[in-house]
Write a protein that binds this ligand. Sequence first.
Ligand code: KG4
Ligand code: ZN
Length: 340
Amino acid sequence: MALILGIESSCDETGIALYHTDRGLLAHTLHSQIAMHNEYGGVVPELASRDHVRHILPLLRAALSQAHCELGEINAIAFTQGPGLSGALLVGASVACSLAYALDIPTIAVHHLEGHLLSPLLSDPAPEFPFVALLVSGGHTQLMRVDGVGHYTLLGETLDDAAGEAFDKSAKLLGLDYPGGALLSKLAQDGIPGRFKLPRPMLHSGDLDFSFSGLKTAVLVAVQKNAQDEQTRADIALAAQDAIVAVLIKKSLSALKLTGLRQLVIAGGVGANQALRAQLNQAAEQQNFNVFYPDLEFCTDNGAMIAFAGAMRMQQHAAQRDYRFNVKPRWDLQQLNYAA
Ligand code: KG4
Ligand code: ZN
């Protein structure tokens, strides 16, 4: 039985959570920097770091008060060690390690994508190992076979842009704010199906890899060739979303077929996309497999997934009391396979 504090600060969200191994998630607090980065059209790393510094302790105090807990009750601190922006990661790592030193408790260094991968286990019903996971965030698009905590096999990944990036870049071309995934999806609701047909890159490549950079070019051409009235923008948005979603679904179904598994887990920010969810649910019903999503609030970056991944890894003796910290801005998830 343990109370784990989780700290996420890898990009533009400061997330704090308290997860109890018996009682579940007790509290989580979040500050998103989206509004601050918006005017620059993307995340400004130095501003991100400074904002994490400003918010991390107030969010921690708020989480403790939400959970009716004292600092002294925390048994271990999990923090995102990477991948992500180094300055932003350093804020979370330094707070985690100094607080753990002061409290004389261990720390657990968590891989951000492992947090995303395991986040559907916070929901009810939760998937059981083994499953196929489609990890679709702003920085990553990967299909993984997950045999247990720490047992991850890469099945396929993007060769260029991530799915979230494809959403964001298409959105930017349509004049939407950053990050544009959710905004593009909202605009697409008014789109007329079939008016534009954009390429579905690597749909028939026969492997489980993705490529989205060509789609961005196709969106650019469609934007340049057509007057940008509200309807046309919605139609292009719908076509872009359709193309991304079609490729994600086709490759996920191929991964299920290849592995013979019947459970698919969707993780990462793009997992919030309603068109993706609706079409996957339909495919699951028709083809008799189960699909699991994190709760909407745990799709994008958050502290709960880090606290939870920390709790899982603690069972595998990943907690340690060496308070010297380093961060890993680039870190391959497969290097994590630590469980015997
Ligand atoms: O997982 P996440 O919060 O951060 C990373 O680790 O990258 O994912 C953020 C990404 C962004 O690209 C954002 O545009 C996308 O997830 N996203 C969406 C939606 N909500 C967030 N993309 C499509 N539809 C959405 N509803
Ligand atoms: Zn993320």
